[in-house]
Design a protein around this ligand. Structure first.
Ligand code: ADP
Length: 166
């Protein structure tokens, strides 16, 4: 049987426990998972692309080991569907938090289906403990000196602290 490849795209600025929970669920569905780290200049990311790729890659080793799924962390700048085609993805994985995510995701799926109707988008929900976590809010809390240790992995927490210590 052909191996099933999943693509989980995002900005990961920074990687949160919500993202990790989605990744742990996604590896149950695929033989290989590509985590696409978007350049996303428009969003004015706090962490550089290189920092975000490294941040994600560092946390993937235990998940890869436990699941036996090959996990690749790859930056991308192109159109999502073009990137999905280039990595031969069968499915695109997205996380859904609240109703607020739905509107945007609904539109994205509609547009992406028009671009390529062969690649399905699959939505996963994180454990209730992680559903409220958003990178944007984590950055805000960190900037104001709050404790973000229950939202992000320890290495990401340290990296955030270092960013805002300057
Ligand atoms: P984007 O810039 O595309 O919003 P993010 O890095 O914020 O990328 O998130 C990537 C994906 O992970 C998106 O599908 C987003 O909805 C999902 N996600 C982020 N945080 C959570 C969370 N706490 N629970 C579930 N899904 C999440």
């Amino acid at each position: 049987m052909a191996k099933r490849i999943g693509l989980y795209p995002g900005t990961f600025d920074p990687l949160t426990l919500g993202h990790i929970d989605i990744i742990e669920r996604a590896v149950k569905l695929v033989d290989e998972l590509v985590i696409g780290v978007a350049i996303n200049r428009d969003k004015g990311p706090l962490f550089s692309l290189e920092e975000r790729v490294a941040m994600v890659a560092e946390e993937m080793q235990p998940i890869q080991k436990a699941s036996g799924v090959i996990i690749k962390v790859t930056p991308f700048e192109s159109l999502l569907m073009h990137f999905a085609e280039s990595v031969k993805a069968d499915i695109i994985i997205r996380g859904l938090r609240a109703v607020s995510d739905f509107e945007y995701e609904f539109q994205m799926v509609g547009m992406n289906q028009a671009l390529n109707d062969e690649i399905e988008t699959v939505f996963l929900m994180a454990d209730a403990r992680y559903q409220a976590i958003a990178s944007r809010l984590v950055k805000e809390i960190a900037r104001l000196g709050g404790d973000i240790s229950s939202f992000v992995p320890p290495r990401a927490a340290a990296a955030l602290k270092a960013k805002f210590a300057r």
